[in-house]
Design a protein around this ligand. Sequence first.
Ligand code: ADP
Length: 245
Amino acid sequence: PASPAPILEVEGLSKHFGGLKAVDEVSFTVTRGGIHALIGPNGSGKTTTLNVLSGLYRPNAGRVRLDGQDITHAPPHARAGAGLGRTFQNIRLFRSMSALENVEIGAERPDNPLAGHDRAAREARARSALAFVGLEARADEPVSAFSYGHQRLIEIARALAGNPVLLLLDEPAAGLNSTEKGALTGLLRRVAAKGVTILIIDHDMTLVSDVASHITVLNFGRHIADGVAATVLREPAVVEAYLGQ
Ligand code: ADP
């Protein structure tokens, strides 16, 4: 039988800001299952790539397929409906609303108004996502009462509540202490183990080499290396890109 399509196929993707080629004809594939890292020095185009993948930016060129479906020109809510979840570099939660209310926003399905109206189902999905990150006992507390590390977990719960097949994480370890990073590592492994593929951007090479089975490396908007984690980080082009920082 034919093997299933990769969960994500990125082909010749470009995003320009005026004369700046922030992402320059980048191609890579994320296979189903596991944790895939997108790394590169500051300004190499990682966040811009994620923003194009999640539909915040329109690409100048290229093609994106999610689970075999062309989503290159799909609006963000349609991508979410197709199974794309994401978190942001800066936490985007409503601080005066409860953890549960925030996660319920992620459980809404704008692509499916009927599902969206089923409040009980939405709340159940939100509660189970909060349980998954270990915060169900504090579901009714306002976000402002949680530590920064826990707010990161609430963001991940919000993304999980949408039942993604692919979860895009933009620097989830930023600002976390080493205990929190350890907990995050465990959580990412549990997310992957339940069948949600993860594409993660992070500066923390220890975290990346701990969790990622596959790494794609960008430099100046271009794809410079790709492969299994253990060997990619030793490639001369990658070492050189990071030395140049
Ligand atoms: P990374 O996430 O790897 O640090 P970014 O994708 O944030 O890199 O940025 C890539 C390049 O694009 C940088 O030179 C950055 O200054 C530029 N850039 C990013 N977003 C914008 C924008 N909205 N407008 C103009 N330039 C941008």
